[in-house]
Structure formats: structure tokens, C-alpha cells
Design a protein around this ligand. Structure first.
Ligand code: MIC
Ligand code: SF4
Length: 639
């Protein structure tokens, strides 16, 4: 068989299983990354496994999300992560160094290797030819300990990019077009592999914009070949030795194929409140804009920032717009400072923020009531900006910059008239003084401030599982609904009891109270339940609230794994009508739960309506054992 690139990398890392789409396989993980909002939990779990040193080729702990220090909590978490990571052989990227995915691309990513990260945008490093997958903290902790990562062998989809980007379109428009075609559920169980003349013409940061936002398709990951352009990028980062050429065989087998002609692409925008609600910018051009934010792991590279600086140079931001810019890394920011582009940004009236996730995760810059906010980010889920009434549109860096000048959503096609040519630098500024190496900190003591609280661990699955339906939800519920995150809640990512008072509050503010009064129960949801972030808190907090199972029409990949890892039953309706008939407060019972879970088909009795609901688990034998043992940690301990 002629092989795709993703197939070859999986094959080279295969530990167990048959490489047939839909079968469970396990792969060896070469590198891991964690960030601070999921990291405290991942390291607490790693410590609970009792392993002294990480067994990967490289593991890095980044501090980039919770960087607003309005109280002691975030700083406590940083101190804990830094000390525990170094003591276990993990490199640390200190706050101020930048966003994990951007830095990993610059300093650590290696073509052909596997990377598992406790952040859903880990696939960003597919832009450099890695097989980079996002997962829950527990799965990353296991990989740090040398354990294989278990996943369902994905289908491999080829996206062929024909032609080339015209001056007014950008890599962001390509991924928005893919989202328009495939939707936020279209990538579930799939790897998206890019090819064609258009792919070959994109720089590494542009490829990374595309693989980054592949997370929004629900895809396992996305990948580009490693070619001359990759070689040049690595060489300019002083890492020529990390380069290997990698590509699919000619005529490789793909499960599906999509062709996009870049010559016909237009500037696009994802409209509120979903990354796949994509329209042409030209159709939205009268939209008055209050805020523009440029940055995030999708669009904060040197190239993006230089294009923005070129657009803003010598001009003034529209008086009705607040423009915030967060460069992706210290490397990017220091290069902008050196070549004068930072001056152009500041002089135009932009508000320069620290190199971090910042407004993308609601850490500051929440827009005003009813604001229209235009952002270069990857998610515009309801409430994520920190302002519930805000309308967030996702666009390219070029569209964002021209919009900041006009005050209305504006297509670069109408405004610029000419292509902005920015050359990739021959040599990037290399200064790793915010990266700590474990070998330099041999005797470090682990620091545990009062913000670090124990996390809940499930118990074995009982024979009888019962409870009421505590909440019935619609399709596409995100992890931002299940466990909202903003500057007020993120400091409590190590404090599950505190977070529990906010669980699912964007859907129903009474839910946490009800769950506590009832002593737990079941959740009911439509399709794609748990899309978005990898945050394990979206499972740990329901576990704390004694949620026993979620009945849904379908689940997003990482969230389903997180539920299983924590011993919560992810039950899929076999008949859509059962979803429609179920109501809040219906009393449910699962008899012979252990036997039923082993069989993979679970009959749930609706006592209130005197009806049997058939659900399926659709999971591997290993996951079944985990559910019976009460989660991954218990099954590792009892193995
Ligand atoms: C996000 O973009 O939602 C985050 C914050 O990076 C998350 C991780 C988290 O919830 O801490 C992610 O995408 O995995
Ligand atoms: Fe950070 Fe936003 Fe990227 Fe998540 S999506 S890693 S919050 S920049």
C-alpha cells in the first residue's frame, strides 16, 4: 500500500493494535508538553503515579495561560509547576517566554516525532511535520512516565491545496474554509493531511496556523510534509540537525479527499458563536467593530506580526476601536523590537500585551457589553471572551489589522490593494534564557502553596448506578460551557471544590446547586458533547459533583477520553428519539452495570417514563476496564 505521511509516523511509533480506522491502537510518545492551566493537575497526577523521572525524549512545561497575577493563586501554581517539573526531568518555559505551541515550534518540535500535549491545540506542531496530539492531563502524565498513548486509529483525510494564496488571503482563510466545509464535528476520528502546490508554498508558521485550528474540526491532528521550507525554518532557528525530509508516497491511500483552490479563496470570518459559522468578510463589511485582538497560538508568529506592523505603519487605529496585540513569543517580540516594527505597532495606538494566551482565554481584555470583537484567535465560543453579550468574529491577522484601522469589519482585498511581502528571516533571534533545564536544578524542592488542593478520584463501578437527569442540553456543548474559564476562575484550576460552583453555569446557573442537592446524577446532551479544550476539569468537576454518566448523541474525542479516564460513563444513544423523550428530573437506573459495560451496550431504565433506553459505549476493552476500575489512575494502580 502507498502510505500517507500520518500513516508512516503512526506505523513507526506503533506499540499495539491494528492500523485500521476505528480500531484501538497505542503509540510511543517522543515528546510531551503541558501548559499551566492543565499542568498543575497533570503533574499532581504524574506524582500520584510515583515515577521519579520522565522517560520521554523531551518534555516541556510551559507557563502561558494563567499569567495575570491578581492574587497569590496563579503564582502559587507557577511555583509548583516549575519546581515539580524540574525535579522530574522536565524543561520549563517561564512566564513571559510565550505561548506553548509557538515556542514548541520554534525551539523543540522535530519532524517525524510524536508529541502529546495537555492542550487541544497541540496539533500546531503538525506544521513542522510532527504527529502532535492533544489529550487530557492524565494521558500526558502516563506518556511522561513512558506509557504508550491509546487512541482510535483515525481515518486519514487529504486536503489538497491547489494554486497559491493571493495577496489578500492568508493561511487563516484556508483553515476557515476547511471549517466551513467540514464543520466543528467533521474532523472527529480523522487526521487531516495537507498536500499540493499551495501547501508547498506556505511557510512553517502559516502551516502551523492551519494545523492549530484543525483542533476546531474535532480532528485527532493535522499535518504538513517536512520539506525544504521546514528545513529552512529549522536552520534559521539554529536547529538544522533536527530536520528530516518526510512526505507521503506518491499516490498514497487516503480515506477521504478534499480539494481547495487557493486562487478562488476570499478573506473569511467565523461568526458568533462557532468557528464553523464561516462567512465571507465582504458579506459582513458594514459591521461596526469595538475591539480587535491580534495574537493567540493561531496567529502570533513573527510573520503575522510583521504583516500587521506593515499595515499599521504610519497610521492610527480607528478612534472607536481598542486594538490589543500579543506577540506569540519572546523571540517574536524581541525581533519586532530590534527591527523597529514594534514602534509601528505602538505608534499606531495598539495596546501591547505580554507574550501569552491573554484575551484568548479571557485573561483580560474582556470587551464591553454587547461589543463586536474581531480576533485572530481560534475559538469564539459563547462567553469565552469574558463578556457574555459580546459577539466574537475570528479572522486572519491581515483582516484584523485593516479592521482596526477602519472600525468596520474590512476585507484586506478592498483596503490593501497590494500584497504585503515579508521575508522569513535567515536567522531568528535565539535566546533561551527563559527556558530552565532540569540538569541545572538537581536539588530543587517542590513548592506547594495553599492553592494546590487534592483532586477527586473515582471508586469502582457499582452494580447499580442510579440518579436523576440533572440537565438536558443541546448539540455542540463545549468545555467552555462545562467548565468555564476566565480570569476569575482560571486561578482555581488546582481547586476542584471551588470550580464546582460554576460547572455548566453558562447553560443553567442553577445546575451546580441542583447537582449538590441531589447528590449527583446524569447529564443528557446532543451531538459533539465536550468539543473544544482538553481541560480535564470538564470531567474532574462533574466527578466531584458525583455525575455518574453522560447520555449523549455523540462525544468529542478528548472529552470522551477524559470522562473515561475519570470513570464517568460516556453513553451514546442508539435511537435519537430517546434523546428527545428524556427530560430533566427523569429518574434513571442502570442495573448490572459492570456486566453491561463489559458488553458495550448499556440499557438505562427510565423509571419515571417506564421505558428502556439503549445506549452503546463504543470504546475499547482497555477503556471498559478503566470504567470498571473507576478511572485511569485506579487501573494503573491495580494493574
Ligand atoms: C483553550 O484554548 O481552551 C485552552 C485554555 O488552551 C485549553 C486548555 C485549558 O482549558 O486549560 C485547551 O485548548 O486545551
Ligand atoms: Fe492559549 Fe488560546 Fe492557544 Fe488555548 S487557544 S493555547 S488559550 S492561545
Amino acid at each position: 500500500m502507498k502510505k500517507s505521511l500520518a500513516y508512516k509516523i503512526i506505523e513507526a511509533h506503533l506499540v499495539e493494535g491494528k492500523m485500521q480506522a476505528g480500531e484501538e491502537i497505542s503509540i510511543k510518545i517522543d515528546q510531551t508538553l503541558t501548559q499551566d492551566s492543565t499542568g498543575t493537575m497533570a503533574y499532581l497526577q504524574f506524582e500520584a503515579m510515583g515515577i521519579d523521572k520522565v522517560k520521554t525524549k523531551r518534555s516541556v512545561a510551559y507557563i502561558d495561560h494563567n499569567t495575570l497575577q491578581t492574587g497569590f493563586e496563579n503564582a502559587d501554581d507557577h511555583a509548583y509547576i516549575i519546581s515539580t517539573a524540574l525535579s522530574h526531568g522536565v524543561y520549563v518555559s517561564k512566564p513571559g517566554n510565550g505561548i506553548c505551541h509557538q515556542i514548541h515550534l520554534e525551539r523543540f518540535g522535530i519532524p517525524g516525532m510524536t508529541l502529546l500535549g495537555s492542550d487541544s491545540h497541540t496539533p500546531t506542531n503538525g506544521g513542522i511535520g510532527m504527529l502532535a496530539i492533544g489529550a487530557g492531563g492524565l494521558d500526558v502524565a502516563v506518556a511522561m512516565g513512558g506509557g504508550a498513548y491509546h487512541l482510535i486509529m483515525p481515518k486519514i483525510v487529504n486536503v489538497e491545496l491547489k494554486g497559491k494564496l493571493t495577496g489578500s488571503t492568508a493561511a487563516k482563510d484556508i483553515i476557515l474554509e476547511v471549517l466551513r466545509i467540514m464543520s466543528v464535528k467533521g474532523g472527529v476520528g480523522k487526521v487531516i493531511e495537507y498536500s499540493g502546490e499551495g501547501a508547498a508554498s506556505l511557510s512553517v508558521p502559516e502551516r502551523a496556523t492551519i494545523t492549530n485550528m484543525g483542533a476546531e474540526l474535532g480532528a485527532t491532528t493535522s499535518i504538513f510534509p517536512s520539506d525544504e521550507i521546514t528545513k529552512r525554518f529549522l536552520t534559521s532557528q539554529g536547529r538544522a540537525k533536527d530536520f528530516t525530509e518526510l512526505k507521503a508516497d506518491d499516490g498514497a491511500y487516503y480515506d477521504e479527499k478534499i480539494v481547495i483552490d487557493l486562487n478562488n479563496l476570499e478573506p473569511l470570518a467565523a461568526c458568533p458563536h462557532s468557528p464553523d459559522n464561516v462567512k465571507k468578510v465582504s458579506e459582513l463589511s458594514d459591521l461596526k467593530v469595538d475591539q480587535v485582538c491580534i495574537g493567540s497560538c493561531t496567529n502570533s508568529s513573527y510573520l503575522d506580526m510583521m504583516r500587521v506592523a506593515a499595515i499599521l505603519k504610519g497610521k492610527t487605529v480607528n478612534p472607536s476601536v481598542s486594538l490589543a496585540i500579543s506577540p506569540g513569543s519572546k523571540q517574536v517580540l524581541s525581533m519586532l523590537a530590534k527591527n523597529g516594527a514594534l514602534y509601528d505597532l505602538i505608534a499606531s495606538g495598539a495596546r501591547i500585551l505580554e507574550c501569552a494566551c491573554g484575551p484568548c482565554i479571557g485573561m483580560g481584555q474582556s470587551p464591553k457589553t454587547d461589543a463586536v470583537s474581531v480576533r485572530t484567535f481560534n475559538r469564539n465560543f459563547f462567553g469565552r471572551s469574558g463578556t457574555k453579550s459580546a459577539q466574537v468574529y475570528l479572522v486572519s491577522a491581515e483582516t484584523a489589522a485593516v479592521t482596526a484601522l477602519t472600525g468596520k469589519l474590512t476585507s484586506p482585498k478592498d483596503y490593501l490593494g497590494k500584497t504585503i511581502e515579508i521575508d522569513m528571516p535567515e536567522v531568528f533571534e535565539i535566546n533561551d534564557n527563559l527556558i530552565l533545564k532540569p540538569e541545572d536544578y538537581k536539588d530543587i524542592q517542590i513548592v506547594r502553596g495553599p492553592n494546590i488542593k487534592p483532586f477527586p478520584i473515582n471508586t469502582k463501578l457499582p452494580e447499580k448506578v442510579s440518579g436523576k437527569v440533572l440537565l438536558k442540553m443541546a448539540d455542540n456543548i463545549t468545555t467552555d460551557h462545562i467548565m468555564p474559564s476566565d480570569s476569575k476562575l482560571l486561578p482555581f484550576r488546582s481547586n476542584i471544590p471551588h470550580l464546582s460552583d460554576y460547572c455548566l453555569s453558562p447553560v443553567d446557573s442553577e445546575f451546580p446547586k441542583r447537582a449538590k442537592e441531589q447528590g449527583g446524577g446524569f447529564l443528557v446532551a446532543g451531538t459533539n458533547y465536550g468539543q473544544g479544550s482538553s481541560r480535564e476539569h470538564a470531567a474532574l468537576v462533574p466527578l466531584y459533583l458525583k455525575i455518574k454518566g453522560v447520555l449523549a448523541l455523540s462525544f468529542a474525542r478528548i472529552h470522551r477520553d477524559n470522562l473515561i479516564n475519570n470513570g464517568i460513563l460516556p453513553l451514546e444513544f442508539m435511537d435519537e428519539k430517546d434523546y428527545q423523550d428524556l427530560e430533566q428530573n427523569d429518574e434513571l437506573i442502570i442495573e448490572n452495570a459492570v456486566e453491561q459495560v463489559k458488553n458495550g451496550i448499556v440499557e438505562v431504565k427510565n423509571v419515571t417514563k417506564n421505558k428502556i433506553i439503549k445506549t452503546s459505549l463504543n470504546i475499547s476493552k482497555r477503556s471498559v476496564n478503566m470504567l470498571i476500575e473507576g478511572g485511569l489512575l485506579n487501573s494503573v494502580k491495580n494493574a
